[in-house]
Design a protein around this ligand. Sequence first.
Ligand SMILES: NC(=O)c1ccc[n+]([C@@H]2O[C@H](COP(=O)([O-])OP(=O)(O)OC[C@H]3O[C@@H](n4cnc5c(N)ncnc54)[C@H](O)[C@@H]3O)[C@@H](O)[C@H]2O)c1
Ligand SMILES: [Zn+2]
Ligand SMILES: [Zn+2]
Length: 369
Amino acid sequence: MTTIRAAVLRTAGEPTTVEDLTLAEPRAGEVRVRIFASGVCHSDLHVRDGDWPRPTPIAMGHEGAGVVDALGPGVRSLALGQPVALSWLVPCGVCRACRADRPWACPDSPSFRHRMPDGATVLADEGGSAVLSYCGIGTMASATIVPEAAAIAIPDGVDPAVAAMIGCCVTTGVGAVLKTAQVPAGASVAVIGLGGVGLSCVMGAVLAGAARIVAVDRVAAKLDVARTLGATDALLASDDRAATVDALRDLTDGGPDFVFEAIGLPATVELAIESLPLGGTAVLVGMTPVEARASFAVYPFVDGSRRILGSNYGFADPPVDFPRYAALHLAGRLPIDRLIDRRIGLDDLEAAFDRLRAGDARRQVVVFD
Ligand SMILES: NC(=O)c1ccc[n+]([C@@H]2O[C@H](COP(=O)([O-])OP(=O)(O)OC[C@H]3O[C@@H](n4cnc5c(N)ncnc54)[C@H](O)[C@@H]3O)[C@@H](O)[C@H]2O)c1
Ligand SMILES: [Zn+2]
Ligand SMILES: [Zn+2]
């Protein structure tokens, strides 16, 4: 048993608390990972604010990286000291999606029960009560226990903060472009919302060889970052949706071939669909509160052979994709480090959530010594 420090959500809508918890020893098929970095993703904020109902108490965090520091019996794929990034989705392997080689669409992942695959919990609070681990990895903690399949080896030399972001926003955004949408070279792309996920869509569009990349946000500073990543044009969104649609059309000869929505608001989902040209594709990456609905005019959508794609986790197969994204980063072709806004301590998490709510932050990363 080890004592760790973790950010725990006890009641959605109320502040998280930093607590000392006991962490069990890794059992068969499990590894203990000492966490070095955990990104603050807007999905954590959705959970914190109660947009998505989740069981509590739960150790937060799903975008983490560190080093393997204990192995349970029978673990063969990892060695002590191996740097890893953690996957927030371990596919069940037997459902219809898994059988069709679409692990990113698995609805029955044990990760979604926030426990180990056999239902066990690995954390307990000072009173001895069980604490769940968000997505079975609970990365906003100085250490965690995860199923072997959730710990993906990352090559030496990758900054743990970068590796952490490969665990969620990079894989989500780059994968949405390269895997979900399969954007061809020369296409025009717009990205609406420039947080960690949207900026990763911009990096993906650069890798795909998109000719025009229009970055859209309501915060001007985000547009500057997008330009440094390779966006060719930047558009400050206003509340006047029609004006934004017109500006997007003007910049892209009638509308972008691909529009990525990376916020998760019905209004910007509708904006993405409205701005499509004939044959264009809207890729929905942002996640709304669970009850949200959006609408669109059906006739022109069908008549113009437009498409809407949903993209979970960038269609990731983490053991294949994480090392690829890490290699692209090491080769200088995926400047993930430019997404990092600031490195913070666990005690700053609530302030980090405030900044995220205000749209003031790129990727804030919680770091542990
Ligand atoms: N599909 C997936 O698998 C997946 C994975 C990770 C995150 N997500 C979701 O992606 C979304 C984005 O995550 P993030 O961490 O990058 O968030 P973020 O809060 O860092 O970024 C959102 C950006 O949108 C901008 N924005 C907000 N409202 C706007 C508006 N009306 N018009 C223009 N810009 C606006 C903000 O200024 C900010 O730059 C969240 O909903 C998150 O839950 C989805
Ligand atoms: Zn995330
Ligand atoms: Zn499955």
